[in-house]
Design a protein around this ligand. Structure first.
Ligand code: MCN
Ligand code: CUN
Length: 796
């Protein structure tokens, strides 16, 4: 007699199952792009521009061609003969693959050498003689729109200036009225600096074109293999069925591996021309200088307030510095991503957002680094503004948030900017956080410390993130709707293989997807192998970014499991010789309602699908589900940080950090905690130490790990995580919401708010990230804001 299974024992929903992928990772048996060696493989290196803006007068590659072992030198001119000097971007712009007319940022790809080994290729790059005529560089939006500014994109028709777009959303008239009625108007101006995801593994590809079969196989570091397949088919005009993109193991993505980079395109063309596999592996400085930049946004906004603390309206203006090419990977309807998710957690009657995107002589930016399309900027600005407004009103910052939260019974809630948030318990999360951090006691300690000349501060940040792009009515990339998929094949012995259109880069999908199958079918998770990233075998999907995997592909996994269960029920009825209506399900087992002792396991049904199916039934137990989500999922979090600031040096130390995350039902609580800790670490890094900037000539300062710091366990503070608030998503099949980015999105404002709270007696309203000690010291000592100041010209 079989029995219902214990869900946690079989590794189902809620089990903190150890990550199955870690076994190979920690034994050094992972299979990353650079681990792959193909017979006859050649190596490619890229020559990059030393200048940020310059006309190319000539490129002479003859010395490079003569280096022994060099097989091919690619230049923009050669690419142009194949119509590949430029490629389309995911935001309807164009991007140079190899420069022809001008270089437009320091580090831009100018030429490639393909040789017998990477060292020969690198040396030969230095034998390419490029003559440049320097042009003035533009490094911020102020310069970009100044009178007489050089036009960066003079390659484009109808581009008389450096403005990419002007975009707006919200209700202008209603917002104007709100400001007329306001008792208090609170203002804030800040810059969210450029940041870089900086995964351990850089980008790379191995292109392998086989002339005999006409098949192109590319092993590469992409978070979205199917999108790359489509892009290659369209850009290189190759037949899609003869393109196979494989993402092997990926050593961290964080958004860096979403875009299409010139190196991928060049390795593919080189392989086609040479009929040999061509490997390109980016080096660390190439990665830090040319790929994956995020943020770089100036925000200048105001909030209309009633003196009792009610928020009446918000006005937001954003200037986004996109670099030389507008290549954001984002839903095409939204020019500045989902920046208008700002204030989604607050009940605000009116809002108006204007945004302007400009070109500059910097590497393309706007990659969503651990951020669902500009939500990081939105939440950072929101929570900095909430603190400034509470301060201006003289209302307690926690109380001010609580009184303006969207209330539990208001869901689904339509925000001032048009989103429909699905569910949440915002006040409860805040209460848990305040209690955990000991809010009242800390306030007393803070006051007492101040009398002794010590500066203690407490910062609160909340965040809600639109995760799971997305429903096909609103979300597409270049017209392709953003659904996702799962394909499940149950073998006759009750073991199974699951494939999805997403691609884990460290998030643990091999572990968690199997848990969803275990929950739905009662197959032990260890009996389900998960495979992602090979376009020849995985069903079509849009990939892993914007924490969309659980909300979209995770839902598809549940749905395909339910299709399998529906067929298994028919098989069970056949085996038990009753009609389907008499069958009941409990985890792992069907039984006869009137005789619960008589049942069959899901594994027995699987065998029957191959060995004993009823007459007329199609054999086998396999299915595919495509999931078009009805809405985004909206996780919520409260992060609270306490700090001590030393006014003599500007050095600040984190005393305590509390995180309360509500991401709905947690599939694997341990993995969710890992995601939160990783995100908080990145938030701490961005707010305290990471600095990439550009000097007046457009030189990238900080493109190395001496200047751009990665926090180690030594610097990183401890985090106290809370999971007691669970609000299932009402529209997700298992009630899960995304979590992958939440802490990186909401964390930074908590750190900055804590430091600003500590120094609130100085009247300083803002210090831009990173809050390096010298900036904090300068702000305290001279009592001045350090806000959004664009870098100055060399002669200033
Ligand atoms: N999960 C869960 N229960 C939930 C939500 C998620 O158990 N309610 C699990 C998921 O099943 C998955 C992980 O947590 O194993 C993250 O899920 P999800 O929130 O759906 O995010 P994605 O899988 O789509 O991952 C993308 C997200 C993004 S966009 C960035 S950037 C980021 C991040 O994940 N990059 C990462 N976390 C990362 N973690 C690692 N180790 N490496 C990266 O490159
Ligand atoms: Cu938003 S960075 Mo992640 O989407 O790969």
């Amino acid at each position: 007699m079989s029995q219902a299974l214990d869900e946690i024992k079989i590794g189902g929903l809620g089990a903190s199952r150890k990550r199955v992928e870690d076994d190979r990772f920690i034994r050094g048996r992972g299979n990353y792009t650079d681990d792959i060696t193909l017979p006859g493989m050649l190596h490619m290196e890229i020559l990059r521009s030393p200048l940020a803006h310059a006309r190319i007068k000539s490129i002479d590659a003859s010395r490079a061609w003569n280096v022994p072992g060099v097989r091919l030198v690619l230049t923009g001119e050669m690419m142009a003969t194949r119509n590949l000097a430029w490629m389309p971007t995911l935001s309807y712009d164009t991007q140079a693959v190899l420069a022809t007319d001008k270089v437009r940022f320091q580090g831009q790809e100018v030429a490639c050498v393909i040789a017998d080994d990477p060292y020969i290729a690198k040396d030969a790059c230095e034998a390419i003689d490029v003559e440049y005529e320097p042009l003035p560089a533009i490094v911020n939006p102020v310069q970009a729109v100044a009178d007489g500014a050089p036009v960066i994109r003079d390659d484009k028709e109808n581009q008389p200036d450096n403005v990419i777009y002007n975009w707006e959303v919200g209700d202008k008239a209603g917002t104007d009225r709100a400001f007329e009625q306001a008792d208090v108007v609170s203002k804030l101006k800040l810059h969210y600096p450029r940041s870089h995801p900086s995964p351990i593994e850089c980008c790379g590809s191995i292109a392998d074109f086989n002339r005999a079969t006409s098949k192109l196989t590319v092993y590469m570091t992409t978070q979205a293999p199917h999108i790359i397949r489509a892009a290659v088919a369209m850009v290189a005009e190759l037949p899609e069925h003869l393109i196979r993109i494989v993402s092997p193991d990926i050593g961290g993505g964080f958004g860096n591996k979403v875009p299409v980079y010139p190196g991928y395109v060049c390795s593919i063309l080189a392989s086609i021309l040479l009929e040999r596999p061509v490997k390109w592996i980016e080096d660390k400085s190439g990665n830090l200088i040319s790929t994956g930049f995020a943020r770089d946004m100036y925000l200048d906004s105001e909030m209309a307030l009633r003196k009792d603390g009610k928020i009446l309206g918000v006005r937001i203006h954003a200037d986004a510095d996109h670099g030389a090419f507008f290549s954001d990977a984002q839903p095409s309807k939204f020019k500045i991503g989902l920046l208008h998710s700002a204030f989604a957690a607050y009940d605000i009657p009116a809002g108006h957002l204007t945004a302007r995107g400009t070109y500059s002589n910097k590497a393309p930016g706007g990659v969503a680094y651990r951020c669902s399309f500009r939500v990081t900027e939105a939440m950072f600005f929101q929570e900095r503004m909430m603190q400034a407004a509470a301060f201006d009103l003289g209302i307690d910052q926690a109380e001010f948030r609580r009184m303006n939260f969207v209330q539990d019974e208001q869901f689904p809630y339509r925000t001032a900017f048009g989103f429909l948030t699905d569910s949440g318990q915002y006040a409860k999360c805040l209460d848990v956080g305040l209690k955990a951090v000991g809010y009242e006691e800390f306030r007393q300690q803070q006051a007492a410390a101040r009398k002794r000349g010590k500066l203690l501060g407490l910062g609160i940040s909340t965040m809600t993130e639109p995760l799971g792009a997305g429903n096909s009515r609103e979300y597409d990339i270049l017209g392709i709707k953003m659904f996702d998929s799962a394909d499940l094949k149950v073998h006759m012995t009750g073991k199974a293989i699951l494939r999805t259109g997403t691609k884990s880069q460290g998030q643990g999908h091999e572990t968690t997807w199997a848990q969803i199958v275990a929950h739905e079918l009662g197959l032990p998770a260890e009996d389900v192998v998960v495979e992602e990233g090979d376009t020849d075998t995985a069903p079509f999907g849009m990939g892993t970014y914007a924490s969309r995997s659980t909300p979209v592909a995770g839902a598809a996994v549940a749905m395909v499991s339910r299709k399998i269960r529906a067929k298994a029920r028919k098989l069970a009825a056949h085996l038990l010789e009753v009609s389907e209506e008499d069958i009941e399900w409990e985890l792992g087992r069907f039984y006869i309602r009137s005789a619960p002792d008589r049942g069959v396991t899901i594994a027995e049904c699987a065998m029957a699908a191959y060995a004993n199916m009823p007459d007329g039934m199609e054999p086998g137990l396999e299915n595919t589900a495509y999931y078009d989500p009805p809405n985004l999922t909206w996780p919520f979090a409260v992060y609270i940080v306490t700090v001590e600031v030393d006014p003599e040096t500007g050095v600040w130390d984190v005393l305590n950090m509390v995180a309360v995350d509500d991401c709905g039902v947690r599939i694997n609580p341990m993995i969710v905690e890992g995601q939160i800790m990783g995100g908080l670490t990145e938030a701490y890094a961005m707010s305290s130490m990471q600095f990439i900037t550009f000097d007046a000539e457009g030189n990238c300062v900080g493109s190395n790990y001496m200047d751009y710091l990665l926090p180690t366990a030594w610097e990183t503070p401890g985090f106290e995580l809370h999971s007691e608030v669970v609000t299932p998503s009402p529209h997700h099949p298992i009630g899960a919401k995304g979590i992958g980015e939440c802490a990186a999105v909401g964390g930074p404002a908590a750190f900055v708010n804590a430091v600003m709270d500590a120094i609130s007696g100085t009247g300083v309203r803002n210090i831009d990230m990173p809050l390096l000690p010298d900036r904090v010291w300068e702000a305290i000592t001279y009592r001045r804001d350090i806000s959004g100041a664009p870098p100055v010209r060399a002669d200033d």
